[in-house]
Design a protein around this ligand. Structure first.
Ligand code: NAD
Length: 501
């Protein structure tokens, strides 16, 4: 492809320098509301991936010995810089990803919380000490960094998810190679620039761009010790299998089909408002979006009010802060619309049809309006697949037990929620539901970084989740030291051939 001089190119970051890729393969970064080409992103070459990893490997030698205070202070500065640039970051994110400005600020903010947490690394990476495990013998453990770690991120949270990864990896003493989504790498790159401004030294953070070939190169690279992946189940499973076979530590957070249970004793107004926001916010492109609502008993009669609330949502370009922005690409829009067509063909009742929405002045935008189906059952494509668009599927159940059974039979385990005013029902749900993140009258229960992100079953591979306490264990290896110090004066000098200490 011949590069136009008017469209900026996205740079690689190798050893502290932003460099132009030598690749011949480029991809457009497109504004989903207008189809304007904002930038071109390179598919990096194998040599460029190797150079990024080599820089990270060299930088690790000194970075792992950098004091806790020096590491922590970089993240104190970084959180300040992100706050100061919040509006700018959100505007870049909205332009390339489509979500509303308010939602884009939320995306940056949820990442910022992880940066704040990284600043307290001194308290998080503590080892343990036991005195006199045998007479005069002590054992202690230390959490040491692994080496070069890598991150592969999806398009839907281009600020938050890179920030789930490199701040905690670097704060724990590792160096990092990031591969952002090729669909919206611009806000990620601005965050990376700010990270360097905050003081991350050359080679400690590197960025390569690309698609499957670059991801495979990361999975195969002998000098990468651990990989964090967030994205679809298909790609995540591939990454997990390929990188694990190469002996790497891998954590993969993947696709979802999140159900809400609405009990008839719920606060109706709040439950319907929260359901509407969680199903259609960010145009349904959240891994924690509520995409199936199981209406129990009399709650089945609430469908007309739910439809009215969804109908009232304003669809438009993210920069105007509507309720629902465009989906990320024309391909994504076509896929969502084709799934809606399949839903009709397979017998679900289309209560609200968001296809063919036209936004005046933005006729080229990838808009899909809020869509609601009722009578949705397992076996229908709209139930079995993650739609990743503003489509809410409604199912019915006669009892809480029946609703729990439906959710537990679904392979995914990312998030779920219950709306009820009964403590006993909520407690039963919390105990019996086989899903990693549970909301009780909270529609999108993504934990703050004092905890970790804890999807489960088909939504996750690897045992330790991103951020929080779990990621400190993911990005470190535990070394135990058992020590005895001889007092020369008291020592008998006798040889001991028994195994005990
Ligand atoms: P995706 O799987 O298409 O892409 C994720 C990353 O993998 C990107 O960096 C991409 O370049 C790379 N990739 C794409 N195809 C590949 C291939 N064939 N081989 C190797 N690498 C490849 O995901 P997406 O569409 O960017 O993001 C949406 C998905 O991410 C949804 O399924 C969503 O549920 C999931 N997601 C999950 C979480 C979570 O925490 N569980 C969070 C956000 C998004």
């Amino acid at each position: 492809m011949t590069l136009s001089t008017t469209v900026p190119t996205i740079k690689l970051l190798i050893n502290g320098e932003f460099v132009e890729s030598q690749t011949s393969v480029w991809r457009d970064v497109v504004n989903p509301a207008t189809q304007e080409v904002l930038a071109r992103v390179p598919m990096a070459t194998q040599a460029e991936v190797d150079a990024a990893v080599a820089a990270a490997k060299t930088a690790f030698k000194s970075w792992k010995k950098t004091s806790i205070g020096s590491r922590a202070r970089i993240f104190l500065k970084y959180q300040q810089l992100i706050r100061e640039h919040m509006k700018e970051l959100a505007a870049i994110l909205t332009a390339e990803q489509g979500k509303t400005l308010a939602d884009a600020e939320g995306d940056v903010f949820r990442g910022l919380e992880v940066v704040e947490h990284a600043a307290s690394i001194g308290n998080l990476q503590l080892g343990e000490y036991a005195e006199n495990v045998a007479s005069g013998v002590d054992t202690y453990s230390v959490l040491q960094p692994l080496g070069v770690c890598a991150g592969i991120t999806p398009f839907n949270f281009p600020a938050m998810i890179p920030l789930w990864m490199f701040p905690m990896a670097i704060a724990t003493g590792n160096t990092f190679v990031l591969k952002p989504s090729e669909q919206d790498p611009m806000v990620t790159m601005r965050l990376v620039e700010l990270a360097l401004e905050a003081g991350i030294p050359a080679g400690v953070l590197n960025v390569v761009h690309g698609g499957p070939d670059v991801v495979n190169a990361i999975c195969d690279h002998a000098d990468i010790k651990a990989i964090s992946f967030v994205g679809s189940s298909k790609v995540g499973t591939h990454v997990y299998n390929r990188a694990s076979l190469n002996g790497k530590r891998v954590q993969c957070m993947m696709g979802a089909k999140n159900h809400a249970i609405v009990l008839p004793d719920a606060n109706k107004e709040q439950a319907l408002n929260q359901l509407t926001g969680a199903a259609f916010g960010a145009a349904g492109q959240r891994c924690m979006a509520l995409t199936v609502a199981v209406l129990v008993g009399e709650a089945k009669n609430w469908i007309p009010e739910l439809v009215a609330k969804a109908k009232a949502l304003r669809v438009g370009p993210g920069k105007d802060n509507p309720d629902v922005g465009p989906v990320v690409s024309c391909t994504a829009r076509d896929r969502v619309e084709s799934l809606i067509a399949q839903g009709v063909e397979q017998g679900a009742k289309l209560e609200l049809d968001g296809r063919g929405v036209k936004v005046p002045g933005f006729e080229q935008g990838n808009f899909v309006g809020p869509t609601i189906f009722s009578g949705v059952k397992p076996g229908m494509a709209i139930y079995d697949q993650e739609i990743f668009g503003p489509v809410l599927c409604l199912s019915a159940a006669d009892t809480l037990d029946e609703a729990i059974e439906l959710i537990n039979a679904n392979p995914n385990g990312n998030g779920t929620a219950i709306f009820t005013q009964s403590g006993a029902a909520a407690r039963k749900f919390q105990e019996e539901i086989d899903v990693g993140q549970v909301g009780i009258n909270v529609p999108i229960p993504v934990p703050v970084p004092l905890f970790s992100f804890t999807g489960s079953r088909a939504s996750k591979l690897g045992d330790l989740g991103p951020y929080g306490k779990q990621v400190v264990l993911f990005y470190t290896q535990t070394k135990t030291v058992t020590s005895r110090w001889f007092d020369d004066a008291a020592s008998s000098g006798k040889v001991n051939t028994t195994i005990s200490l």
